[in-house]
Design a binder for this molecule. Structure first.
Ligand SMILES: *Cc1c(COP(=O)(O)O)cnc(C)c1O
Length: 438
């Protein structure tokens, strides 16, 4: 496989753009080597500037659920673009996309924004406005975008005030973030005990997928998300379910985080992104009308955006949501099952200790003895083995996430041919992982 043009572009980009990339993981820092620079994409495949073809298991980190350059989505975007790229004024597409989201999700009102980062940041502002409290609880290893208060690492011990997870994040801001281990109910209760009447909201990924895939635990018939809802309400706080990654990924109904919706509980606020923008910079947050009406211009919580609800984004998102029916998810589930099985078989045959975790159609492999249920256990991932596995697949034309803590995504365009290619590349990749483990 030839990489000369990518290598040249990467070194040029590094002179102009920090690290040569506009989002850190793209630089391949954690797996090493040069990232292929992409020229175009179609269906299940990416094509780089050196003419290499890859089966894409990243799907732009989730948005591309119908496959790249889907004709109906391209048509919707070009029709919208021909009518003008942005108005900075209301247009019908905003209401149409909002109606689609409200019909599929247990939310009464939504506001459209441009990124998942904005969605979570704004949902937290609403929760603080609603409760008059400042602190939030988040889980270590959960990612909610890069706003200051959410770039908090756990301090020493469970349920302590956060410490900055990045240079440039003020300690005073992350002091309002309490970081607790995922799936740890006692730590959550402890946080409420230690900071009585101070917690505005718990924010959680509906199922964590930014430290690899982690399954919300069930205890005495009560799922972790429902526990969070109940304990938050017991203490006058709200639950924000971050579905930026999981939303519309595993069922046509849209959401993932309601383990036991028949029990009649729902999170107070949701955030969405990725799939609802179909690859355009579009995200949303929503929830009960009384909470959402706290937003300006109706209420006192300020939030705005020059390009929010952009007509290209709403057209792309609506076109994609229209295509997503149960049949798509049935197919995606079958594909994910096939790959999860093949992953396991290849690694077992090579004698590589591993765990394959899955959240519906999203999955990840940990090179560890397992089980992996939180950030502590996720960090036992053997990143060297992952890097070897990744590079072997890349050289065989399979594009896996270039980080050991990201998940694999599939699209409706991943057909038998694409999946066969992945499956036949796995044994050599498993051997490479085995060598890395020594
Ligand atoms: C991707 C992601 C975000 C951030 O979205 P951006 O559009 O990258 O800002 C927030 N929360 C979760 C769970 C995500 O996966």
């Amino acid at each position: 496989m030839k990489h000369s043009r990518s290598t040249q572009l990467f070194s040029q980009a590094q002179h102009l753009i920090p690290g040569g990339v506009d989002s850190p993981v793209r630089a391949f820092g954690s797996v090493g080597g040069t990232p292929p620079f992409m020229d175009h994409a179609k269906g299940a495949y990416l094509y780089d500037v050196d003419g290499n073809e890859y089966v894409d298991l990243v799907c732009s980190w989730g948005p591309i659920i119908m496959g790249h350059a889907h004709p109906a989505i391209l048509d919707a975007v070009s029709e919208a673009a021909a009518k003008g790229i942005s108005f900075g004024a209301p247009h019908p597409g905003e209401g149409e996309l909002a109606a689609a989201i409200v019909s599929l999700m247990p939310v009464e009102k939504v506001r459209l924004v441009n990124s998942g980062t904005e969605a979570t940041m704004s949902a937290i502002r609403v929760a603080r406005g609603a409760t008059g409290r400042d602190k939030i609880i988040k889980f270590s290893g959960c990612y909610h975008g890069h706003s200051d208060g959410l770039l908090a690492d756990a301090g020493s011990g469970a349920a302590t005030m956060g410490i900055p997870g990045s240079a440039g994040v003020p300690a005073a801001i992350v002091a309002e973030t309490i970081v607790v281990p995922y799936n740890d109910r006692d730590a959550v209760r402890e946080a409420f005990r230690r900071f009585p009447d101070q917690v505005a909201a718990i924010i959680t990924e509906a199922a964590p997928a930014n430290m690899g895939a982690i399954v919300p635990g069930v205890m005495d018939g009560v799922g972790f998300n429902q526990f969070l809802h109940d304990v938050a309400h017991e203490h006058g706080a709200l639950l924000i379910s971050d579905e930026v990654l999981t939303g519309f990924r595993s069922s046509a109904q849209g959401y993932w985080g309601i383990d036991g919706a028949e029990q009649g509980w729902v999170p107070d606020l949701f955030t969405f992104g990725k799939v609802i923008g179909a690859g355009m910079p579009l995200a949303a947050f929503g929830g009960r009308a009384d909470l959402m009406d706290l937003l300006a211009p109706v209420g006192p919580v300020y939030q705005a955006g020059t390009l929010s609800g952009n007509p290209l984004g709403t057209a792309a998102g609506l076109a994609q949501l229209t295509l997503l029916d149960e049949a798509v998810y049935t197919r995606l589930n079958a594909k994910a099952d096939r790959l999860k099985g093949a992953w396991h078989e290849a690694l077992e045959a090579a004698g590589v200790p591993h765990v394959v975790n899955a959240i519906g159609t999203i999955f990840s492999v940990f090179f560890t003895e397992g089980p992996v249920t939180d950030y502590e256990s996720a960090k036992t991932q053997h990143t060297g083995a992952y890097a070897a596995f990744h590079h072997s697949l890349l050289e065989q034309g399979i594009y896996l996430p270039p980080s050991a803590f990201e998940v694999c995504f599939l699209s409706d365009a991943h057909d038998e041919r694409a999946l066969d290619r992945v499956v036949s590349a796995l044994p050599a990749a498993a051997q490479a992982a085995a060598r890395a483990l020594g």
